[in-house]
Design a protein around this ligand. Sequence first.
Ligand code: F6P
Length: 341
Amino acid sequence: MKIGILSSGGDCPGINASIRGVGKTAMTHFGMEVVGIKSGFLGLLSKNKEDIVPLDNEALSGILSLGGTILGTSREKPFKKSLNGEADERPQVILDAYHDLGLDCLVCIGGNGTQKTAYQLSQLGLNVIGIPKTIDNDVWGTDVTFGFDTAVDIATEAIDRLHSTASSHNRVMVIELMGHHAGWITLYAGMAGGADVILIPELGFDINKVNSAIVERAKVGKPYSIVAIAEGLEIEDKKLRPAIYISQKIEEMTGIEARETVLGYVQRGGSPSAFDRNLGTRLGGHATELIAKGQFGCMVSMQENKITSLPLEEVAGKLKLVTPDHDLILQGKRMGISFAV
Ligand code: F6P
């Protein structure tokens, strides 16, 4: 069998571990041939031979600990309607490229958008397997995505570093973490970093409750606070970044000096944690098992600590968000951490 692998959407730590997991298992255990497709779905649309690279032992060597993706990525969505509404040839170009390359399966490593595209391609008759990835941890159908653990570690270290400067200056430090729709990174890093207030899009927030948590701390001799917020937080002034809006409001309404930090892309870069390497390796290996069995149209996933799979149809178009009864929220509330709701 010949399989093609691509990575699509935002990069994250652990993609290379999963490419290696697919590639080495496919070659060594199943005797399959493996090629990499560059820049996500663009590599199949370009009709450029240079966008298809053999993934042999040499290409897969030394990549386990590398961040990003050796194949490159793009946010190309071949099923997204073109702005002028013209008939779009992109899906057909991808089908033709798949057949011209003689592929028996296409492995798509990506987040929600990629899993939806993978499903749409499977509906057109291609053999497709999805592998979930994103630092945001919001892919439906899997307990965790690789990239998340590494991002939480980086965000936690950043919060750790804010404590000393917050307390030295008696300031409120507002830190904005990634997560466009989902507050997973903010919840996990906020709790691990000992934030005093945690704001996530799933819960919303009341600014008066943010302020009262800060003022109450000041009254008991802690005139400094850490506020961890997710980038996807709904705020009134859409022109401002949430961190800037929240820190301005805190300063205006409490009179306590506030500063903001937008952590940004450092959360997505660099070497994956051991957990993310092993998750990528396991998901990649299991993807090849499905291919060998001819079980296509699925996404591999982790559920209750076991690697399993589910139909792409169940995943496509859904998001996995934090629920208000998440144990970290319940435990945090009991300890006096404010979620401002
Ligand atoms: O990968 C997920 C994510 O990091 C989101 O948290 C963020 O909103 C988005 O990607 C931004 O990525 P880009 O600028 O590459 O589109």
